[in-house]
Design a protein around this ligand. Structure first.
Ligand code: NAP
Length: 354
């Protein structure tokens, strides 16, 4: 499977992130020399789960300080690397200014990393962690585009700074990456486009939005019910595997939808209910759309009426067949992902209401 010289180091941006954690762990298990960029290498507490992964694996881990908005800050970590995994990008709903907090770090950060790649002769492949959010913005996009399912040829054209700014940030960042990749021939860009990532982190205290969603399912925030909001889900461990295959399979090319299951918030609650429903206030029913439209934005600042109108009650389907055929992906059952995640959050005390 591995055609690229494994004696050369590989680099991972945003190594402290939820998705990057499993990726770094898997690279270390493969015996690779991992150059991990973090914003604050002095914050040892944030690095301890990565250090623990390195202690158990044959590979080696070296931390480097880099910030997406600091041009040139990735050069030192990248020196000599064959592969660059660019995962760093803000994934949070806690934003004040979408341009400053989401789009600039995603877009300028991608440009800064890829300009460093252009300066680093050893790099042969870049794996970009994009998102299904760069393929669609709202579930209604499928109907508006006359699609039964999303595939890799589709681009998100419905998001903007004012509507679904995170999805917009991922779209413009991936587009910028393809534009830069096409200007040269030395390195190849391979993109993974995960749907909502769930499953236990290597740290139980990750700050990714994935953790906020699972917390709300278990801590009673959603006990009155959930919107009928179809969505795709992939396991964080499967996503790490997809990154490795995108990096090391010689023929990997283009974009890849990495999504194991078409589900919904209610679908996830139903999977969790048999094992945890007795002890935790999981949602038991779906809220009517008019109620979500009326009350949703009042209870959740990140939800707008346009988001409710364009997503609630509209189906979501993605065609993951390219990932299965080209990357050989196998997706674990949804119950395994959600139950493992729920147990991790329960055992680390994260379902207690503040
Ligand atoms: P996360 O845990 O919040 O990780 C984001 C990472 O980006 C963190 O390491 C963070 O560093 C880093 N970062 C943010 N701003 C930065 C800056 N200015 N300079 C340097 N690093 C910066 O979120 P995640 O869920 O793992 O997301 C990782 C990637 O997967 C992102 O590209 C995201 O868009 C993509 N993705 C995630 C999902 C999902 O459901 N989780 C789905 C599809 C795609 P700090 O640790 O220092 O904050």
């Amino acid at each position: 499977m591995f055609e690229i010289d494994k004696s050369q180091p590989v680099m991972v941006t945003g190594a402290t992130g939820y998705v990057a954690g499993w990726l770094v762990k898997r690279l270390l298990e493969e015996g690779l020399r991992v150059h991990a960029t973090v914003r604050n290498p002095a914050d040892k507490d944030r690095l301890r789960y990565l250090d623990a992964a390195a202690a158990e694996a044959p590979g080696t881990l070296t931390f480097f300080k880099a910030d997406l908005l600091d041009q040139g800050s990735f050069d030192e970590a990248m020196a000599g690397c064959a592969v660059v995994f660019h995962t760093a990008s803000p994934f949070t709903s806690k934003i004040q200014d979408p341009e400053r907090d989401l789009v600039r770090p995603a877009l300028e950060g991608t440009r800064n990393v890829l300009e460093a790649v252009n300066r680093t002769a050893s790099v042969r492949r870049v794996v970009l962690t994009s998102s299904c959010a760069a393929i669609y913005g709202d579930n209604l996009d499928l109907k508006e585009k006359g699609l039964a399912a999303l595939d890799e040829s589709v681009w998100n054209t419905s998001s903007s700074l004012k509507h679904q700014a995170y999805s917009y940030s991922k779209t413009v960042a991936e587009q910028a990456a393809w534009a830069l990749a096409k200007q040269q021939e030395r390195w190849q860009l391979v993109v993974v486009n995960p749907s909502l990532v769930m499953g236990p982190g290597i740290s139980p205290f990750a700050t990714s939005e994935s953790f906020s969603l699972m917390r709300q399912l278990g801590d009673g925030t959603m006990k009155a019910g959930v919107p009928d909001w179809p969505i795709g889900v992939v396991d964080v461990r499967d996503l790490a595997e997809a990154h490795l295959r995108a990096a090391f399979l010689p023929d990997a090319e283009g974009r890849h939808i990495i999504s194991g299951h078409d589900t919904s918030f209610m679908g996830m609650a139903k999977v969790l209910a048999p094992r945890f429903g007795k002890d935790f206030p999981l949602p038991r029913n779906t809220l009517p759309k008019w109620l979500v439209w009326l009350a949703g934005p009042l209870t959740n600042k990140a939800m707008t009426r346009a988001m409710v109108s364009r997503n609630v009650g509209h189906p979501w389907h993605a065609d993951n067949s390219k990932s299965v055929q080209a990357l050989g992906m196998h997706y674990r059952p949804l119950a395994e992902t959600l139950e493992d995640f729920f147990v991790q959050m329960r055992d680390s005390g994260q379902f207690k209401k503040a």
